[in-house]
Design a protein. Sequence first.
Length: 446
Amino acid sequence: MGDKFQLIHDVSPGTTGWTVKVVVAEKFSPKVAQRSPTKYQNLTLMDSEGSTVQATLYGQNITAFQDELLLGKTYLISNALVKETNAEYKAKSGEIQWTISGRTRIRRVEENNSNLLISTYSFTDFEDLPKYMDSNLDISVIGMIIDIKPRRIIQTRFGKECQVQDLVLVNKRKKLILIGKHLKVTSFNGLSISTKADSSFFIDGEFELVEEFKSWGHTNSEIIDNMISEKHYLTSTPSKLSSKLSVPTAEKDFTEIKNIQGLKTAKQFFWIKGKASVKVLNQTYWYMSCNNCNKISSENYGDIYPCVFCKCTDAKAIPRAKVYMQLTDPTGYINATAIGNPAEYFLQSNAEILMNQTLIPTAASMRLSMDEDEIFYVKAITQELSTDCKFEILFIVNPSQIAGDKNTGKAPVEHIGEPIKFLEPTTKRSLFHSDTDDAQSSKKKT
DNA sequence: CCCCCCCC
């Protein structure tokens, strides 16, 4: 690994303009937070000196980056959100954590740093594993996986559901162990196993097979040979254990087709008549976005890039307006966000101007409050385990525009709102995309 | 749709 980049220790909260070259040393399974519905995924990143930092992905970023940050691969990373871990969670405060999101720039580097990774592990013999049962210690083993069972749900002692997936491993001396895949630890090229109170071994995360183990997969040991020859592995996403599965060979392994439960949506929509105003002047009124899916981008304005979110190969980075404001009517107020067109309409500005604006805005540079009532179409998202909703303004209608409009039931907001369902697709599309529809759809196919 | 944050 080169040395023209910063090291993990060089990056603190507030450090700007840094780039660190790292290897993805561990990749844990995505999990659901205990006290909120948030999904998160932890990674361990290692620099050239073997220092590590915990990196975390949240929500939709988990799937967006699943093929972007591969176990054992090397990357240049910049512009991650760097902060100290919450003292509430960590005994020792001051530990650094990176949050990886859409604005984090990640560049793959074609370097093989697996020796660096392997040098940081010591492997435990299968024979010694019983010693570690119930110890809650993390240890590493090295072996070959010869069977992967379907995932199943178990209840933990604390009443929480978690997924378990059993694996059968064999070591060089053909000794077999059964391992449940569980919420715990992973390592590179070996499997890091944690022993839990119910006396099974658990692993977590992703791993790779070491070449030398692949080569002794076909041995003359009867039972192992049998298992290997009978099993077919689905390996559509080789780096991801959960996508690998042994195809069952016995009738009892097949399940009858049953319930698919729909997820209840918490979204609610409202019409509100009132006034909007910016209360927090010092905010960012734009973000760099993908012109295809509107999601955040780490690229520079105008650059063509492959979008990790929509997978569009020739996405263009363009600014998109956003504003956090307060919505009031005679009965009260809510805070709400507007993005894209409603933000531009409210601010009486556009994304490019907002992007180039360096000073905190004044009423001269943009509209910060409304003189007259306007009509807002607001989406509320109820937050589980939280009393407050988040609100978003989907579009804004000036009452003068609908005065005398006989076409009731349709919002005459063509140049104000974002495209919404009850506008004709042909009319709304042309308003917000400079490209033709054909260009849009051909991009999505790639 | 999109932003922010977000966990042990």
